[in-house]
Design a protein. Structure first.
Length: 239
């Protein structure tokens, strides 16, 4: 039987995210060592510690070669983690911020080089799940209208379809009548509201608790990039 999962904020190939979220460096080092991708003549723990120190220093020194190496393994680690959990016929709701920086999502879409777009497409299609649905985040070429709502041009929507997303939404959507899916947490949620907000955006920021009676933050950084299955879909909030 297929399952439904949620995650957000992969930030593929984003150098600064490694500075903001240092646990990603730790997870990347563990992935490298556990898969024998780089070997040293020492224990696994020592190898992991060496890699974490090496990549952390590279970020401080702006060592582009080592940062690029770390980013490649970082992207591989996230995809490997997703594919271990989410099966081909499952559904994965991705709540925004797929890639950034060197992979172009911080730049206007029509200014991004073709090879960068192709790299993003290749990453997305390595995720085996065939039922991927995207709520666009602030790094996904999502634009804002004068009335405050978001929109994405047709060429951007077509691009995300090529990345592997069957459905792409610029604004929050309502799922099963009471799950409100959004990139940013909905700050105006009334405590007495029947809606349950599933969101991303805030990464590991401790100002936002991960879960309450009215919300769940599904940022990959909070769950070591293991997509979360919501097991309360069968509850009827109106009963």
């Amino acid at each position: 039987m297929s399952k439904t999962y949620f995650s957000s904020d992969f930030h593929f190939h984003h150098p600064n995210i490694l500075k903001y979220e240092p646990r990603r460096v730790q997870l990347t080092a563990e992935y490298i060592v556990n898969n024998n991708l780089i070997m040293f003549d020492c224990s696994k723990k020592e190898m992991i510690d060496i890699l974490v120190e090496t990549y952390t220093r590279a970020l401080l020194d702006n060592d582009k070669e080592l940062i690029e190496q770390c980013l490649k393994f970082h992207d591989d680690m996230i995809i490997n983690t997703i594919n271990k959990k989410v099966k081909e016929n499952d559904t994965l709701y991705f709540l925004g911020d797929f890639a950034y920086c060197q992979y172009g999502c911080g730049t206007k879409f029509d200014k991004v080089k073709t090879e960068i777009k192709e790299a993003i497409i290749e990453l997305g299609n390595r995720i085996k799940c065939k039922n991927k649905i995207m709520i666009c985040g602030n790094h996904d070429w999502r634009y804002t209208s004068n009335d405050g709502t978001h929109f994405i041009p047709d060429e951007v929507k077509d691009f995300w379809h090529k990345v592997g997303f069957k459905e792409v939404y610029p604004n929050p959507i309502l799922l099963k009548e009471w799950f409100l899916l959004s990139h940013e947490p909905v700050s105006y949620m009334n405590p007495n509201a029947v809606f349950f907000n599933i969101a991303g955006h805030v990464h590991s920021n401790s100002m936002y608790i991960t879960e309450s009676d009215h919300h769940l933050i599904v940022c990959g950084d909070r769950f070591d990039f293991i997509p979360q299955e919501i097991k309360i879909f069968n509850i009827n909030p109106y009963s």
